[in-house]
Write a protein that binds this ligand. Sequence first.
Ligand code: TTJ
Length: 372
Amino acid sequence: MSENNEQSMVTAVEQEYNASEIQVLEGLEAVRKRPGMYIGSTSLSGLHHLVYEIVDNSIDEALAGYCTDITVQINEGDTVTVIDNGRGIPVDVQAQTGRPALEVVFTVLHAGGKFGGGGYKVSGGLHGVGASVVNALSEWLEVQVHKDGKIYEMRFSRGHITQEMKVVGTTDRTGTTVTFKPDPEMFDDTTYDYETLHTRMRQEAFLNAGLRIRTIDARPGQERQDEMCYEGGIREYVSYLNKSREALHDKVIYMSGLKGDSFAEIALQYNDGYQENIISFANDVHTPEGGMHETGFKAALTRVLNNYGIKAGILKNDDKVSGEDCREGLTAVISVKLPDAQFEGQTKQKLGNSDMRTLVDNVVSDKLEQFL
Ligand code: TTJ
């Protein structure tokens, strides 16, 4: 190869690199121009959303079966540290970008969830916008990855690299640790509320049976910590929701089923009140507007109870009980996990996957009778 050709090849590669570099910076600049588009708002809700975005990555690792412990700590100065014991973010150089995967995760918009494949990833809505958004909105962020006996570290400021990835030590464990300081230029108030984070993390612990989540407030004068791990998962969630009520039956009813790569579980218990309290989730994302999983649940519950009523001679043939009546005093948690969740509706808070209606309906039809 002539010297001239070599020269032009280097130039081409450099130009390609520069082009992707520019795209990265434009992407992160877009986040700082319109933060609300990515995290909903720059009020307290957006500030807390940064933590959920980071923790979601650790939860994904737990859902994939590789992470058992997550710690969320508020430090002095309202920085936040998230620690997990998963496999650690990949650090190898990516063929596409020529950059370490770790760098890509924190600098390229929507780069999250591109590694490893499979698993239950969150999609749509305000969720799953990724670690690069948190990075862009942080005055500084640092990440350490424990992997293959080494500790890799990288640092950023407002999305820009301030320290390239380097090995800073050796380790005998695996996992990822991220610490970030929300940018006061981006948020009205950067003071974290422990209770808000604790409540959200408790919900994550209920939804992922056996996953241990610790929350720590290490700010001077307000030290506090909690550890949450529920072997009973959503059964314990229902007991918790009913704890100030009088239950009509001692045991929480639990049903679950698998179809292909999807999983559905339902826990329920009636109390002596009149209110209906159904809470549903898809891939750990709360779906307050319901959707297909809730529709399937309600249809099956009404059908099974009516069939039982007729069979047991409690109901006459044409004397049907309405769906609403079947849900009086009902506390239920519905949780589905699926590879490609579609969140619909104005606020993307409704599950659109119709196969989840069928799955939940089938699980309730097949299994609820056993309890009657
Ligand atoms: C992906 O597939 C290959 C092995 O590693 C998987 C992975 O990325 N795991 C992972 C990422 N575990 N934890 C994270 C993670 C943790 C935090 C706190 C923040 C971020 C952005 C990712």
